[in-house]
Design a protein around this ligand. Structure first.
Ligand code: AMP
Length: 145
């Protein structure tokens, strides 16, 4: 049985919560002397709005991408994550995080979890989505308390 993590992937939504998720991921990187990668997934606006918006969304999408790129780079820099380990991707977070984890051969994905109640619990969260069908272990760090 493998008892160490060699490559950890931290998935970040670029909110304040990302800090506490990062702290745990960095502690594990140090403990296991592991490689650390990070990702942020940009959800295409056409996906979020079902393709039914009667306007050209490409300019807004470009701006979102530019902002996310800057924020991900700033975030990664504070954690000493080299540029080749920073991944800005498009699509549905759960799907893209799984694909990237497989592609990179990571053995642990670290995400934040809000421990929601009510409707959000029924609908599920990104953390639940990542956990289901993950190609490797998943650590859900409790955030937002
Ligand atoms: P949520 O369920 O949307 O509150 O998100 C819970 C956690 O899922 C966040 O703390 C992140 O670790 C991860 N996550 C959510 N959205 C994204 C995203 N767009 N890209 C990468 N990770 C995300």
């Amino acid at each position: 049985m493998q008892a160490a993590f060699k490559h950890i992937l931290i998935a970040v939504d670029l909110t304040e919560d990302a800090r506490s998720v990062a702290q745990k991921a960095c502690a594990l990187r140090t403990a296991f002397n592991a490689q650390l990668s990070c990702t942020h997934v940009i959800e295409p606006l056409s996906l979020a709005y079902g393709g039914d918006v009667p306007m050209d969304l490409s300019t807004i999408q470009d701006q979102l991408q530019e902002t996310a790129k800057i924020q991900l780079n700033e975030f990664a820099q504070t954690l000493d994550i080299p540029s080749e380990n920073r991944h800005l991707v498009y699509g549905r977070p759960e799907t893209e995080i799984h694909s990237l984890a497989e592609e990179l051969g990571v053995d642990l994905i670290v995400v934040g979890s809000h421990g929601r109640h009510g409707l959000a619990l029924l609908l599920g969260s990104t953390a639940n989505g990542v956990l289901q069908g993950s190609p490797c272990d998943v650590l859900a760090v409790r955030v937002g308390d």
